[in-house]
Every structure is written in C-alpha cells, then in structure tokens.
Design a binder for this molecule. Structure first.
Ligand SMILES: *[C@@H]1O[C@H](CO)[C@@H](O)[C@H](O)[C@H]1NC(C)=O
Ligand SMILES: *[C@@H]1O[C@H](CO)[C@@H](O)[C@H](O)[C@H]1NC(C)=O
Ligand SMILES: *[C@@H]1O[C@H](CO)[C@@H](O)[C@H](O)[C@H]1NC(C)=O
Length: 409
C-alpha cells in the first residue's frame, strides 16, 4: 500500500520523465497555467472565434429570483463550456456537429450536441448560463453570477490528459478560482465578497481523465505500482485538500459529482470488442470504487468543516438507471454513439457533421465519451431535486439550499 505522500512523490518523479508535459509548461506563458489571461490569444485558430462561442447570445429567462447568487464550475469535458477553445489541444468541441442542438445551434466548446449539466442546473437555480473563465474580460460584473473553469482533458493529476495537448488541471483551476475570489474581495469589499462566495454553489466534476488518460493507459507503469484502490485514495485525498482550500476562501456550498460509467462509453465498447453493448466491467468496477471513496471523503468533510454544505451526487447511479430503464426515457439507443466511426461509433472520434446520426434525441451517447443533452438534463434534474432518481447524498441540491434557509429563520 502506498501512502498519499509516497504516491505524490512518485507522481512528481514520474512526471519529470514525461517530457511533453514538462515542455508544455515551459513553452507556454505562465499566466495560462494559473494566472488571468483576458482574451488569451488562440493558438490553433478554430473555426469559430472563442469570444462568440463561449457567451451564447440567448439568455435564459429569469422569471423568479435566483436561488443562489452564483454557480462556479470546476471540472473536465463533462462540464467544459469553452475553456479549451483557447488552448492548444486536440480535446476541443468548437466545430459542428458539436452544439448543433444547443440554443444557438452553434458549437461553443461544449462536448455535447446541446446543453451540458451545468446549463440545466443554472436554469434550475434561476441563473444565466455560466461563462467560461478564459472567455470573459475579467470584469467582476461578468463573473458575478458564476464562472466555469472546466477544461476538457483535465484530471486531478496534473499530467492526466497531457498527451492531448494543453489543459487546465484541477489544481490549476482551483488557483484560478482563488484569483477570481480575490478579485471579488478587492472590488466588493471583504465582507460582501465573503457573503456572496459563501452563498454561491461550487460544482466539481472531475476524475474520469485520471482513468481514461492515466491509469488505464498505464502511464509510468502506474498499474503495476498501484492497485485501483490506492490510486483512488490518492485522487480522493488530493480532491479533499483542494476543497479545504476552497473552504478557507469562504466557500460553503459544494456539489461533488461522482464519475459516470465510462466502461459503457462507446470508446471502450469498441476497444474491448463488447458483445451487444455490454459494458466493460473492469473499468466500471474502478469507477464504482472511486465513487465510493469520494463519497466517504465528502462525508468526512461534512464532519470536519464547520458550517459547510457539501453533497456527493452519483452520476454512475443516474446513468445506470437511464441505461436500464431506457424505454421510459425514450433513449433506446444505449450503446452506439450518435457521432463517430467504427464499432459503436466509438473507434474514431467525432470530427465532422457527416459522422453524426441525423437525430440524437433517442441516444444516450453523443460521442465516444460524452452523453447527449437529454442525459445531461436528467442528470441535472436528479442533482437539483432527485426528479427521476435520488443520486445525491445526504440530500439533493434543492433540499440543501432549503435546509440552509430554514436554519437562518
Ligand atoms: C504497465 O506497464 C509496465 C511497463 O511500462 C509493464 O511492465 C506492465 O506489465 C504494465 N501493466 C499492465 C497491467 O499492463
Ligand atoms: C429505437 O426506436 C426507434 C423508433 O422506435 C427505432 O427505429 C430504432 O431502431 C430503435 N433502436 C434500437 C437500438 O432499438
Ligand atoms: C428528433 O426526433 C424527436 C423525436 O422523434 C423529435 O421530437 C425532434 O424534433 C427531432 N429533432 C430533429 C432535429 O429532427
């Protein structure tokens, strides 16, 4: 068994041998990693200009007062809304067919045909869609209802996903959050900022890439050195420390998302020559274990941190419910992606409109790894109110906010 300390030492040493990673962090400007780059120059000239892509012109209607002042999002491609448009990476969603069913029918950087879970969640909270950190000017007014720091390819481990190119890893995103919160203090005053931050919701959805791009690829011989259990422990303890850092910056309301069953994703169905769309159990077992460990970590934090509201929501449970009861949801295409090529359309990634099915509305999977907007809405509704399945522990987000209101009376 490896302690987190020896493991992180191992990561430090092993990343030193991953030359491409190291090269990235020296080659590109430091402010990209943890600073504040307003309108950062685009490195790869995507088909759309990032500034138009990340701020969809259609604002959702705000018919009731918001139930929280802001939503801040930290994570990977499950919730990236345009960060990677600004980075030099293969992990990008800035061309059609991505976004074809979104409000604007344009690509935005979301890894989906339409909305991602945090879009639906923002609507449930009575907030506008949250803009990406790299996509806005840096004015506090633009960030007051929340900011999305999520970056596709990012993992909890710094170098997870680095073979795809640049990304903003978990710890780097936390650094960016700290910068934003400091700006709030400077512009609003400490007390008002603390009030705002402590009532805002921080949504964390990360960890999949530590499997997809690190553990399952056996980077640095990691599988021989660490059993999934100790690998999970390391990821969870890193996450725990970062949530404590957020807490020290006055964050009090946190949603930690568990991981989806990527063993059922078209990429792995194709890789492992699945029969009849049967999920890859070896991978799902690791994900289940991760979710178990993270849920326990969240319970510990709820005990340790005074006055914190933190919940764990299990995307695995929600997805399995959808797969098993697909007919109820009208999602009878459970195994094939809508966009991609090869078996299960999971062998080659989604690159052009011609690679996509004509209508994604009965599909669970949009591409190799990412669900359709239909699934994202179900997931968000479950996080918000347990509409279809109760997946959050010890309670859903709506009850968490209501409980706080009761406590204040
Ligand atoms: C992981 O890689 C190492 C060498 O890099 C190899 O010896 C080991 O067998 C691999 N483990 C698995 C489970 O593939
Ligand atoms: C799903 O349902 C549609 C329409 O009812 C049908 O055309 C399609 O073949 C079904 N797909 C699967 C995988 O069962
Ligand atoms: C896709 O199919 C659904 C259900 O059959 C239908 O309601 C929807 O309008 C279709 N979407 C498009 C873009 O054709």
């Amino acid at each position: 068994m490896a302690s987190p300390v020896t493991f992180s030492l191992f990561i430090l040493i092993s990343t030193a041998f991953l030359q491409p990673t190291i090269a990235f962090y020296y080659e590109y400007p430091q402010e990209l990693i943890n600073g504040f780059p307003p309108n950062f120059i685009d490195l790869t000239s995507p088909t759309i200009s990032p500034s138009e892509s990340v701020n969809p012109p259609i604002p959702p209607t705000l018919d009731s007062p918001p139930r929280a002042p802001a939503l801040f999002v930290i994570g990977d491609s499950s919730v990236d809304c345009g960060t990677n448009n600004f980075l030099g990476t293969f992990a990008r969603a800035d061309r059609l067919p991505y976004g074809r069913d979104f409000d604007t029918h344009m690509p935005t950087g979301r890894f989906c045909n339409g909305r991602i879970p945090v879009d639906y969640l923002a609507l449930r909270l009575g907030l506008p869609f949250v803009p990406s950190y790299l996509g806005q000017t840096g004015n506090v007014e633009d960030m007051i209802h929340g900011v999305n720091y999520a970056s596709a390819g990012a993992g909890i481990i710094l170098s997870s996903g680095s073979e795809l190119g640049q990304h903003i890893s978990f710890s780097q995103q936390i650094q960016q959050v700290m910068d934003t919160l400091q700006q709030f203090s400077l512009s609003m005053g400490e007390d008002a900022a603390a009030e705002h931050i402590s009532n805002s919701i921080f949504y964390i959805s990360i960890g999949t890439n530590d499997y997809i791009h690190y553990y399952l690829r056996n980077v640095s011989n990691v599988q021989s050195l660490y059993l999934p259990w100790s690998f999970n422990q390391f990821l969870a303890s890193t996450m725990k420390e970062e949530i404590k850092n957020l807490y020290n910056a006055n964050v009090r309301k946190v949603v930690v998302m568990g991981l989806a069953p990527i063993g059922c994703a078209p990429f792995y169905l194709s890789q492992y020559n699945s029969n009849n769309g049967e999920c890859v159990h070896m991978i799902n077992d690791m994900i289940l274990e991760f979710n178990f460990v993270v849920r326990y970590m969240v319970e510990e934090l709820a005990q340790e941190l005074i006055d914190v509201d933190i919940i764990f929501c299990d995307a695995f449970e929600a997805s399995m419910d959808i797969i098993m009861n697909n007919h109820i949801y009208g999602l009878n295409e459970t195994a094939n992606a809508c966009c991609g090529l090869g078996p299960y359309r999971g062998w080659l990634m989604c690159l052009t409109p011609e690679m996509a099915c004509s209508n994604a509305s009965n599909h669970i999977w949009w591409d190799q790894f990412h669900p359709t907007d239909a699934v994202n809405e179900i997931l968000a509704d479950n996080v918000w109110s347990g509409l279809h399945t109760e997946i959050c522990y010890p309670m859903n987000l709506r009850n968490m906010l209501a409980q706080k209101a009761r406590r204040m009376i």
